[in-house]
Design a protein around this ligand. Structure first.
Ligand SMILES: Nc1ncnc2c1ncn2[C@@H]1O[C@H](COP(=O)(O)OP(=O)(O)O)[C@@H](O)[C@H]1O
Ligand SMILES: [Mg+2]
Length: 398
């Protein structure tokens, strides 16, 4: 016996067959057909009795005469289906009323048998097949419920994960601020002590030439501090009131390049703008997106100048649409970044530039801005060949 075919799939109880016919001979035959089968049999001779059995116990298979004197077989069929749509019904009918078989099938009957019952094996097979189908239907229903339960559990887990992620981002931000504060203290304190020392020296110094020299050094130290403060202001701007607008990324890239060219000498660097998509917008603060490009283009310019001097430097700025994201990159053929430094370039105050030339905040600002808008940024580089920094920002959907 196949598991699930003659028994109920879950409780492994024998399948319950309810047989209804008002002709004692037919009932007798059917009882004989199923006697040696592993089913639980209930036989009744009226529609009314059948109705009670269905109401009180239900059944798995209902075999009913179509024409019962009290309640019609089709009514029993409907009642059974109403109680449990997976109950399979086989209608027994005479030759004369074959057309009603069609109605029965339309109402959900599984099959029919014709009186007189001369092929008992056929009846058995029909019941077996009905049980098979029922098994599959019930299994499907169970799987569906499981699926729904799993889905609900999954959604709960997802919500929890999101919440956790939010908390993590928050704590990472706090940790970032801690690192930043320590960095600032460190970066500002050494020029500050220098300035103090020089100022004290000036107080005691009679020689005008030396006083001027010390004053010149103080100005240099102050410039260094000023640069740090200027870079830092973008942090506080980011933290201040959020006013986001639709920002056309490609156009901002073009403006940023113009800004860099205007603000620092660029001889010998060939800048190439490749803007595939001029229209795509992201929701952000315009000056932050501009800052990202400015910082990347400045770094690329420094890198190519260090490598090529006055000619041969190339910087490519690319913006394109990639699915739901704007994908942008700034690529240069400059000095490159050693492998073991790729992990720290986004850290605050990491710089390889001489004092007065770099603050080490540029890429950290880039990272902060991009991640704030749920974007990603990464760096790929080869010493002596160049560097490409790519970032993606989710586009504005509506
Ligand atoms: N395009 C690049 N090519 C080579 N090195 C780079 C590039 N961009 C960044 N770097 C390295 O990362 C460091 C940190 O960059 P950044 O945070 O912008 O600070 P800064 O430019 O003030 O040094 C740089 O000093 C440099 O060593
Ligand atoms: Mg920089």
């Amino acid at each position: 016996m196949k598991p699930g075919a003659a028994t109920d799939a879950h409780s492994e109880r024998p399948a319950h067959l309810l047989i209804v016919d008002d002709e004692p001979v037919i009932l007798q035959i059917l009882r004989a057909v199923f006697e040696d089968q592993p089913y639980r049999l209930t036989t009744v001779s009226s529609g009314q009795d059948a109705r009670s059995v269905i109401d009180e116990q239900g059944c798995d298979i209902l075999i009913t005469d179509k024409n019962l004197p009290d309640i019609g077989g089709l009514d029993l069929l409907l009642q059974a289906k109403q109680r449990d749509p997976t109950i399979e019904v086989i209608v027994v009918t005479g030759y004369g009323s074959l057309e009603t078989v069609i109605t029965a099938m339309e109402l959900g009957a599984y099959d029919y048998v014709i009186k007189p019952l001369n092929n008992v094996f056929e009846i058995r097979r029909k019941v077996e097949r009905a049980l098979d189908r029922q098994h599959i239907a019930r299994e499907n229903a169970r799987l569906l419920v499981d699926l729904r339960d799993n889905n609900i559990a999954l959604q709960a887990a997802l919500a929890e994960a999101r919440e956790l992620q939010g908390e993590l981002i928050q704590s990472e931000k706090l940790a970032g601020i801690g690192t930043l504060a320590a960095g600032i203290a460190h970066e500002v304190s050494s020029p500050l002590f220098g300035i103090m020392g020089l100022a004290e020296a000036i107080l005691d110094e009679q020689e005008p030439k030396l006083v001027r020299e010390y004053a010149g050094d103080i100005v240099e130290y102050c410039r260094g501090i000023r640069d740090i403060v200027v870079e830092l202001s973008s942090y506080s701007r980011a933290a201040a009131g959020e006013y986001r607008t639709s920002v056309p990324v490609a156009q901002v890239a073009r403006d940023a390049l113009r800004l860099v060219k205007r603000s620092s000498p660029v001889e010998g660097v060939d800048y190439v703008l490749e803007l595939d998509d001029e229209e795509t917008m992201v929701q952000a603060r315009m000056n932050e997106v501009q800052q990202v490009f400015v910082n990347l283009i400045k770094n690329a310019s420094d890198a190519v100048r260090e490598c090529h001097g006055a000619s041969g430097g190339q910087v490519h700025i690319r913006v394109k649409l990639d699915g739901d994201n704007v994908a942008a990159e700034v690529q240069d053929n400059g000095v490159g970044i050693p492998k073991d430094k790729l992990g720290v370039v986004f850290d605050p105050f990491y710089t390889t530039k001489p004092p007065g030339k770099g603050t080490g905040l540029g890429l950290n600002v880039v990272w902060r801005i991009i991640t704030k808008y749920r974007g990603t940024v990464n760096v790929e580089s080869q010493v002596g060949h160049g560097t490409v920094i790519r970032f993606r920002l989710p586009i504005q959907t509506k």
